[in-house]
Design a protein around this ligand. Structure first.
Ligand SMILES: NC(=O)c1ccc[n+]([C@@H]2O[C@H](COP(=O)([O-])OP(=O)(O)OC[C@H]3O[C@@H](n4cnc5c(N)ncnc54)[C@H](O)[C@@H]3O)[C@@H](O)[C@H]2O)c1
Length: 367
């Protein structure tokens, strides 16, 4: 492999503009080489901003470009699995956005294809690298709040129609065939990933109400995915908590988490001055200024693309790997199932056995 990791982008939308391309452009070990977007003007605009030399004319052209080492898949959710698998099969490392797929089978195929091809697969679960969450994980491990009992986590904003490059009510985020799931898959999946990261235990069972309360499509009809999700999670170690995702949090954003333990309460991302606050049961207060939790209006460097480059160059398994992405998706799927059936639902944390179509000759022996 060339010394620098040579990147191609599938999708030239908001997440690539605000995070992936922006962050990779300042990474000395990365080179931005090619981009494809079916809306060519978006690809051209990204290319112009970052000096990307090649605007590919098709997905295939980009995926099969032999000069690339890695591909960022940042398209509508419905395309993630198909493009990721094609890119892995073409011998590329893949950084894929969340939710990693729209079915558990597809997510399992992505994991297996990466293994078979000996390539890195990382999912863009950027919540875990946010400074308050890293600090919280450390403090929880050190026992500052004792044994964790319950939690409450929220990811709520006014909706993706002002964020997506498809600005307005026609955005793909509002269409089931492209997005598969609404606020729960866009925002809830982040917290379904974060909570196991903070607590060190999987989500085991869920109960959920998921609904379309307010959002309308371009024809004035209710959108075909949810805009609100209120879920109860039971972790594998018995801890219980609440997860809320909303696209109708008009007039503000809430990306906060509260964790209650036997020795006190920890609040993350609620106070702009002190992003980690610990209120002890004994009346003590410990306040930490560590840096903000990112929101749509306050962008904070995610660290995800840099970590991906490091994993490739040092041949490290990405910490935000396919299996953890799969488990977050499995929690979302379980919440949706519960919302449909009204029954408490087990999370399928073990990926289903899947067949992958990778010729033996192309497989790389795994270490
Ligand atoms: N990790 C995060 O915090 C975060 C934040 C926002 C979005 N996302 C995820 O990133 C992905 C992209 O979201 P976005 O906000 O950039 O959306 P966006 O609407 O701004 O951009 C998506 C782009 O993908 C392009 N596209 C569609 N089909 C394509 C294909 N087959 N090949 C290449 N490009 C294609 C579209 O033309 C569009 O330009 C989504 O999966 C979303 O969930 C993650």
């Amino acid at each position: 492999m060339s010394k620098k990791v040579r990147f191609g982008f599938l999708g030239a939308g908001s997440i690539v503009i605000h995070r992936h391309a922006l962050e990779l452009s300042t990474n000395e070990d990365a080179e931005l080489v090619a981009v494809y977007d079916p809306i060519k003007s978006r690809a051209e605009s990204l290319a112009k901003t970052y000096g990307i030399k090649k605007v590919a004319s098709s997905e295939e052209e980009l995926i099969n470009d032999k000069s690339l080492d890695a591909i960022v898949v940042a398209t509508p959710n419905s395309e993630h699995a198909r493009l990721t698998i094609a890119a892995l099969k073409a011998g590329k490392h893949v950084l894929c956005e969340k939710p990693m797929a729209t079915t558990l089978e597809d997510a399992a195929k992505m994991i297996e294809t990466a293994k078979a091809m000996g390539k890195k697969l990382m999912i863009g679960h950027n919540q875990c690298l946010m400074a308050p969450h890293l600090k919280a994980k450390k403090l929880i491990k050190e026992g500052i709040i004792g044994d964790v009992l319950t939690f409450r986590t929220s990811f709520c904003h006014g909706g993706p129609e002002t964020w997506s490059q498809d600005k307005g009510n026609h955005t793909w985020f509002f269409k089931k065939e492209k997005a598969y799931v609404g606020s729960m898959g866009d925002l809830g999946v982040h917290k379904a990933y974060l909570i196991p990261f903070l607590l060190g235990t999987d989500i085991d069972e869920v109960a959920a109400f998921i609904a379309t309360m307010d959002k309308k499509n371009e024809k004035g009809k209710p959108i075909t995915v949810d805009d609100n999700a209120v879920c109860i999670l039971k972790m594998a170690n018995g801890v219980i908590g609440q997860l809320t995702a909303s696209w109708t949090f008009y007039g503000g954003e809430d990306n906060s988490t509260t964790i209650i333990g036997t020795k006190g309460r920890m609040v993350l991302g609620a106070n702009p001055d002190y992003q980690v606050e610990v209120f002890g049961a004994d009346g003590t207060e410990s306040l930490y200024k560590v840096g903000a939790v990112a929101t749509n209006t306050v962008q904070v460097s995610s660290g995800i693309p840099d970590l991906f480059v490091e994993c490739i160059l040092n041949d490290m398994e990405p910490p935000f790997d396919g299996l953890k992405g799969y488990k977050a998706l499995a929690a979302v799927v379980a919440c949706m199932e519960c919302a449909k059936t009204g029954k408490i639902t087990k999370v399928q944390n073990v990926p289903p056995k899947v067949k992958i179509d990778v010729p033996r000759a192309c497989r790389t022996r795994m270490k």
